[in-house]
Design a protein around this ligand. Structure first.
Ligand SMILES: *[C@@H]1O[C@H](CO)[C@@H](O)[C@H](O)[C@H]1NC(C)=O
Ligand SMILES: *[C@@H]1O[C@H](CO)[C@@H](O)[C@H](O)[C@H]1NC(C)=O
Ligand SMILES: *[C@@H]1O[C@H](CO)[C@@H](O)[C@H](O)[C@H]1NC(C)=O
Ligand SMILES: *[C@@H]1O[C@H](CO)[C@@H](O)[C@H](O)[C@H]1NC(C)=O
Ligand SMILES: *[C@@H]1O[C@H](CO)[C@@H](O)[C@H](O)[C@H]1NC(C)=O
Ligand SMILES: *[C@@H]1O[C@H](CO)[C@@H](O)[C@H](O)[C@H]1NC(C)=O
Ligand SMILES: *[C@@H]1O[C@H](CO)[C@@H](O)[C@H](O)[C@H]1NC(C)=O
Ligand SMILES: *[C@@H]1O[C@H](CO)[C@@H](O)[C@H](O)[C@H]1NC(C)=O
Ligand SMILES: *[C@@H]1O[C@H](CO)[C@@H](O)[C@H](O)[C@H]1NC(C)=O
Ligand SMILES: *[C@@H]1O[C@H](CO)[C@@H](O)[C@H](O)[C@H]1NC(C)=O
Ligand SMILES: *[C@@H]1O[C@H](CO)[C@@H](O)[C@H](O)[C@H]1NC(C)=O
Ligand SMILES: *[C@@H]1O[C@H](CO)[C@@H](O)[C@H](O)[C@H]1NC(C)=O
Length: 652
C-alpha cells in the first residue's frame, strides 16, 4: 500500500477490514465495533461462568461488544484490550462464580488488562499452548485474580507465556501446590508488582542460584507459611515495598536490606525474627513505614538506627525486647504519624524524643512500664492524637485538665485520679476502666458526641447519670460496673447492645424504656438497690427473642475494625453475641412476668436475691438456649415445671 495516496489507502483499509469490523457513526460520537473473533470468545466465556444476578445482560449480539459492561476496545482496531469484571463494588451474592477459562481469555490477542478479582470463581482452566496452534495474548501486563476466596490454582506454568506481565495479583488464591512459584515468576522479565499474600505458599527458597526479579518494585508475600530464614534473593535493587508479615520467618533481619535505598515500606510483623534491627536500616532515606512488631527482636536501639530516616511516618516496634538507648537530647529527623511501642520496655517515663513528635495520629505505648507522665508536656502531647493507647501501667496522675481530641482512648488499668479528661465530639471509644477516676459522668456528653463504647468499670465515679441519654444514638456498649453511681436509671441510648450497671448504688424501678431497646443482648443491673417489679414488657427486646445469631456480631466487628485499627487489648472483641439478663438486684418484688420467657434466645438468666413471688411459669421450657439459670433466694413457691427437662443446654 505504500505507493497509494493516503486517502486511497484509507479507503482500501476500510474495504479490507469490512468483513471483520465496521465503524458506526452516530451524530456526536463513533463507537468502534469489536472484532467478531474477540466477541465470540467473550460469549463463550460468559457461557462458562455463573452470573447470579445477570450483570452481563449487555453481553449479547444486540450490542457491539465494545459497548459491553467491563469491556474496552482499542479505539481504532476494535480489538479488546481490557476486561474488568471485578466485584469490589458488589455484595457477595452478586459475584461471578464457576470456572475461569483462561485459555479462552488469553486468545484475546490484544488483551493487556484483565481483572477478575473479588469474585467467587473456584477454578482456572488453562491448556498448555505449545502443543496447539493458539496465539495467546503477549500484551497482557495487568492480571488480577485476587480475592476469589475458594480459587485454587495448581499450576502456574502458563505464566511463562505472558512475557509482558508487570502486575500480578493472586492474593488469597490458594497456591499450596506450587513448590516452584519463584522460578516461574522469575521468568517474567518486566514484573513490577507481585502480590502473593495469603496464598498458602510454603517455600520461599529457590533452587536457582540467581533469581532475576530485578525489575520488581512491590512484593507482598505476607500471610503465607514460610518458616525459614530470610532468602538472599530478596536483595532486589528496585524494591520499594516488601511485606513478609505473618509468616514464621526465623533468624535475623539481614544487613543488606540497608543497601536497597529505594525501600519505602518494610513490613515484617508477626514472624519469629530474632536479633537486633540492623543499623544499616538507618540509611534508608526513603523509608516511610517500618513495621517489625510481634517478633522476638532484642538488643540496643540508638539514634543511629534512625539517623537518615527523615521520611519515616509509621513505626511498629511492639512486642520486642529492645533497650532504648537514645540520647536524652535526641531530636529525630522524622515526624511520625503512627507509632506502636506497646509491650516494649520504655522505662518509667515517656522518653523525651517521643514528646518531639507533634503530628501523631496513633500512639500505642500500652504495657511499656511507664509509671509517670510529664504533667506539663502531656496535655499538649496527647491533645491531637486520634488513637491513644496507654493501657496497663501504674500511672498515677490527675489528667482532668487534659482535652482529648481522639476517636479512641484507652487509658485502662492505670491509677489515674481526679475527674475524667474532656473528650471531643468525635470520640468513639472511651475505655478508662480499672483506674481511680472520681467525680461524675460528664453530662455534656449526651449532646453531640459519637461515642460508641464506654467502659468505666472499677473506678470511684459517683453521682447520677444524665436523666436522658437517648441522644447518644451511636452508643452501643456501656459498662459502668463497680463504681458508686446512684439515682435512677436514665433513658438509655436507643441502640444499646450492652448495658452493664452492675455493682453501683442505682435505685428506683427498672424503667420500661428498656423494652424498646431492640438490639440489647447483654443486660446486667445486678448488685444495685433497684426495687419494684420486673417490667411486664421485657419480652419485647427483639434481639433476645429472634435476633440473628451473627448479625450483631458482624456489625460490631466492622465497627471495631474501622474504629480501632488494632485494639487487641480491648475486651469487647471477645464478647461475641452473648445474650444475658442479670437482675439479681436485691429488692425486686412481684411475680416473674410470664412473658419474660418469650426471650427464647437468652443463654443466661439471673433473677436471684430478690423478693420475687409466685410460681415458676411452665413457659420457662421454651428458653431452649439457656445455659445458666439462677432464681435462688426469692420467695417463689410451687413445683419446678416439667418443661425444664427440655432445657438441654442448661449447665447451672
Ligand atoms: C451524544 O449526544 C447525546 C444527545 O445530544 C448526549 O446525551 C450524549 O451524552 C452524547 N454522547 C457523547 C458520548 O458525547
Ligand atoms: C484513540 O486513542 C488515542 C489514545 O488514547 C488517541 O490519541 C486517539 O486520538 C484516539 N483515536 C480516535 C480515532 O479516537
Ligand atoms: C446483595 O445484592 C443483591 C442484588 O443486588 C440484593 O438482592 C441483596 O439484597 C443484597 N444483599 C445484601 C446483604 O446486601
Ligand atoms: C462461593 O463458593 C463457595 C465454594 O464453591 C461456596 O461454598 C460459597 O457459598 C460461595 N459463596 C457465594 C456467596 O456464592
Ligand atoms: C476453554 O476454552 C477452550 C478454547 O475455546 C476450549 O477448547 C476448552 O474446552 C475450554 N475449557 C473448558 C474447561 O471449558
Ligand atoms: C473446581 O473447584 C471445586 C472446589 O474448589 C472442586 O470441587 C472441583 O472439582 C473443581 N473442578 C474442576 C473441574 O477442577
Ligand atoms: C498449526 O497451523 C499450521 C498452519 O496454520 C498447520 O499447518 C498445522 O497443522 C497446525 N498444527 C496443529 C497442531 O494444529
Ligand atoms: C552495601 O553496598 C556497599 C557498596 O556497594 C558494599 O560495600 C557493602 O558491603 C554493602 N553492604 C551490605 C550489608 O550488603
Ligand atoms: C503475633 O504473631 C503470631 C505468629 O507469630 C500470631 O499468631 C499472632 O496473632 C500475632 N499477634 C498479633 C497481635 O498480631
Ligand atoms: C493509686 O493512687 C493512689 C493515690 O495516689 C494511691 O493511694 C494508691 O496506692 C495507688 N494504687 C496503686 C495500685 O498504685
Ligand atoms: C443539649 O443541648 C440542648 C440544646 O442544644 C440544651 O438545651 C441541653 O441543655 C443540652 N443538654 C445537656 C445535658 O447539655
Ligand atoms: C437531644 O438533641 C436535640 C438536638 O440537638 C436537642 O434539642 C435535645 O435537647 C437533646 N436532648 C437532650 C436530652 O439533651
Amino acid at each position: 500500500m505504500l505507493g497509494f495516496p493516503s486517502n486511497i489507502s484509507i479507503l482500501l483499509l476500510l474495504f479490507l477490514y469490512a468483513t471483520s469490523f465496521h465503524i458506526t457513526m452516530s451524530s456526536n460520537h463513533s463507537v468502534v465495533q469489536c472484532n467478531e473473533m474477540d466477541q465470540d470468545k467473550l460469549l463463550l466465556f460468559k457461557q462458562g461462568i455463573n452470573d447470579p444476578i445477570n450483570r452481563l445482560s449487555s453481553w449479547s449480539s444486540e450490542h457491539g461488544c465494545c459497548e459491553w459492561k467491563g469491556v474496552h476496545c482499542h479505539n481504532t482496531t476494535g480489538r479488546i484490550t481490557s476486561l474488568d469484571l471485578n466485584s469490589n463494588m458488589y455484595n457477595e451474592s452478586a459475584s461471578f462464580k464457576g470456572e475461569i477459562n483462561l485459555s479462552l481469555l488469553l486468545q484475546l490477542e490484544f488483551l493487556n488488562y484483565l481483572d477478575l478479582s473479588s469474585n467467587n470463581f473456584t477454578n482456572v482452566s488453562i491448556q498448555p499452548t505449545h502443543n496447539n496452534n493458539i496465539t495467546i495474548s503477549t500484551k497482557l501486563h495487568y492480571l488480577d485474580l485476587s480475592n476469589n476466596q475458594y480459587l485454587h490454582i495448581d499450576n502456574l506454568h502458563w505464566l511463562s507465556q505472558l512475557p509482558s506481565l508487570k502486575h500480578l495479583d493472586l492474593r488469597s488464591v490458594n497456591l499450596e501446590k506450587q513448590t516452584n512459584w519463584l522460578e516461574i515468576v522469575a521468568m517474567l522479565p518486566k514484573l513490577l508488582e507481585l502480590l502473593l499474600s495469603n496464598c498458602e505458599l510454603n517455600n520461599i527458597h529457590s533452587s536457582l542460584k540467581y533469581v532475576d526479579l530485578t525489575s520488581l518494585t512491590d512484593l507482598d508475600l505476607s500471610q503465607n507459611n514460610f518458616n525459614s530464614e530470610f532468602p538472599q534473593w530478596l536483595n532486589l535493587p528496585n524494591l520499594r515495598y516488601l511485606s513478609l508479615r505473618g509468616n514464621q520467618l526465623k533468624g535475623s533481619i539481614p544487613n543488606w536490606l540497608g543497601n536497597i535505598s529505594s525501600l519505602m515500606d518494610l513490613d515484617f510483623r508477626s514472624n519469629l525474627l530474632t536479633g537486633n534491627l540492623p543499623e544499616s536500616l538507618g540509611q534508608l532515606f526513603n523509608l516511610f513505614t517500618l513495621f517489625v512488631g510481634n517478633n522476638s527482636l532484642s538488643g540496643t536501639l540508638s539514634e543511629k538506627h534512625f539517623y537518615n530516616l527523615s521520611q519515616l511516618s509509621n513505626l511498629d516496634l511492639s512486642g520486642s525486647d529492645f533497650e532504648f538507648h537514645m540520647d536524652a537530647n535526641w531530636i529525630p529527623s522524622f515526624q511520625l504519624e503512627d507509632i506502636d511501642l506497646s509491650n516494649t520496655v520504655l522505662g518509667s517515663k515517656i522518653p523525651a524524643w517521643l514528646y518531639t513528635q507533634s503530628s501523631l495520629g496513633t500512639l500505642d505505648i500500652s504495657s511499656t512500664g511507664i509509671s509517670s507522665i510529664d504533667e506539663d508536656k502531656f496535655p499538649s502531647f496527647v491533645a491531637g492524637i486520634e488513637y491513644l493507647y496507654l493501657s496497663n501501667h501504674s500511672i498515677s496522675a490527675d489528667i482532668s485538665n487534659v482535652i482529648l481530641c481522639v476517636s479512641v482512648t484507652c487509658l485502662d488499668h492505670n491509677n489515674f485520679t481526679g475527674k475524667l479528661p474532656s473528650i471531643s465530639a468525635k470520640a468513639d471509644v472511651f475505655d478508662v476502666s480499672h483506674n481511680s477516676f472520681s467525680g461524675g459522668f460528664p453530662s455534656s456528653w449526651v449532646n453531640g458526641t459519637e461515642l460508641f463504647y464506654i467502659d468505666m468499670e472499677s473506678n470511684k465515679l459517683t453521682g447520677e447519670l444524665p436523666p436522658d441519654m437517648s441522644n447518644l444514638t451511636e452508643l452501643l456498649f456501656i459498662n459502668l460496673e463497680n463504681n458508686e453511681f446512684s439515682g435512677k436509671i436514665p433513658r438509655m441510648p436507643p441502640n444499646s447492645e450492652m448495658l452493664i450497671l452492675k455493682s453501683n448504688q442505682f435505685e428506683g424501678n427498672i424503667p420500661p424504656q428498656l423494652c424498646n431497646l431492640s438490639a440489647l443482648h447483654i443486660l446486667d443491673f445486678s448488685h444495685n438497690k433497684l426495687s419494684g417489679s420486673i417490667p411486664q414488657c421485657l419480652h419485647k427486646i427483639a434481639n433476645m427473642v429472634s435476633g440473628e445469631n451473627d448479625s450483631s456480631w458482624y456489625s460490631f466487628r466492622e465497627l471495631t475494625f474501622n474504629l480501632v485499627m488494632k485494639g487487641q487489648g480491648l475486651k469487647y472483641r471477645y464478647i461475641g453475641l452473648l445474650r444475658t439478663i442479670d437482675l439479681s438486684a436485691k429488692n425486686l418484688s412481684g411475680e416473674i412476668p410470664e412473658k419474660l420467657f418469650r426471650l427464647v434466645k437468652i443463654e443466661s438468666l439471673n433473677l436471684s436475691h430478690n423478693h420475687l413471688t409466685g410460681t415458676i411459669p411452665n413457659m420457662i421450657g421454651d428458653m431452649k438456649n439457656l445455659e445458666s439459670l439462677d432464681l435462688s433466694y426469692n420467695q417463689l413457691v410451687g413445683e419446678i415445671p416439667q418443661s425444664m427437662a427440655g432445657l438441654t443446654f442448661l449447665e447451672v
